[in-house]
Every structure is written in structure tokens, then in C-alpha cells.
Design a protein around this ligand. Structure first.
Ligand code: FES
Length: 110
């Protein structure tokens, strides 16, 4: 059965033990691309497109609980999605993350 884009049940993206600290991982979901990141404080997921241009944030750099765009170096808060530095001025969407039975799953926030 195919998952519909209106379905908000968590979607599995990777085994928990394969997500390396501070190394963003790209995943495709029924709702679009997502960047999943493990930091020192937890596992976060944001839409895998910079709000400034069509660039994958999963190619970016993690520092603390922020993710820096690889193109023009805007930094986004992984907790809130807020753009913390220019040139990006708009936030990116944050996603709900669940870890169950060793699997990381994500879902868009309602
Ligand atoms: S594309 Fe991300 S800051 Fe410009």
C-alpha cells in the first residue's frame, strides 16, 4: 500500500545506529526531502531545502544545534527552523522525530 502525502504517520528514514553525530543525512519521504541530524542534544529533522535557494541543507555543516547551508552559509536552528544568519531570512520547517525499536522516523508537524 502506498503512503499518501496527507498521511502523517511517522515514516522510517534510517536505523538509529547509522546516523552519525553531526553528519546530516538526506532522506526522501512521502512529504518531500528531509535532512536528519544527530547533535549532542538529540535527533532533529528539517526540510532539506534552504529557504534562500534550492540547496540541500543535508550537504551543510552542523555546529551545536544549528545547520549551516553549504551555499551561502546561512545558519538554521535545528530546534525551531529559524534562520539565524543572512542571507536566508525565512525559516525552514522542522519535523517530528521519533526513535522506536532502533529506527528513526519522521513526520511533518501538523
Ligand atoms: S542557498 Fe542557503 S543561504 Fe543561500
Amino acid at each position: 500500500m502506498t503512503k499518501r502525502s496527507t498521511d502523517t504517520a511517522p515514516f522510517p528514514v534510517c536505523p538509529d545506529d547509522e546516523l552519525v553525530l553531526n553528519e546530516p543525512r538526506a532522506a526522501e519521504t512521502p512529504w518531500g526531502p528531509v535532512a536528519v541530524v544527530r547533535t549532542g542534544t538529540g535527533v532533529y529533522a528539517v526540510t532539506d531545502r534552504c529557504s534562500h535557494a534550492d540547496v540541500e541543507l543535508s550537504d551543510g555543516f552542523v555546529e551545536g544545534d544549528t545547520l549551516e547551508c553549504p551555499a551561502h552559509f546561512s545558519r538554521f536552528c535545528l530546534r525551531t527552523g529559524d534562520a539565524l544568519t543572512l542571507p536566508a531570512a525565512e525559516p525552514v520547517d522542522t519535523w517530528t522525530v521519533t526513535v522506536l525499536d532502533g529506527v528513526i522516523s519522521v513526520a511533518p508537524r501538523p
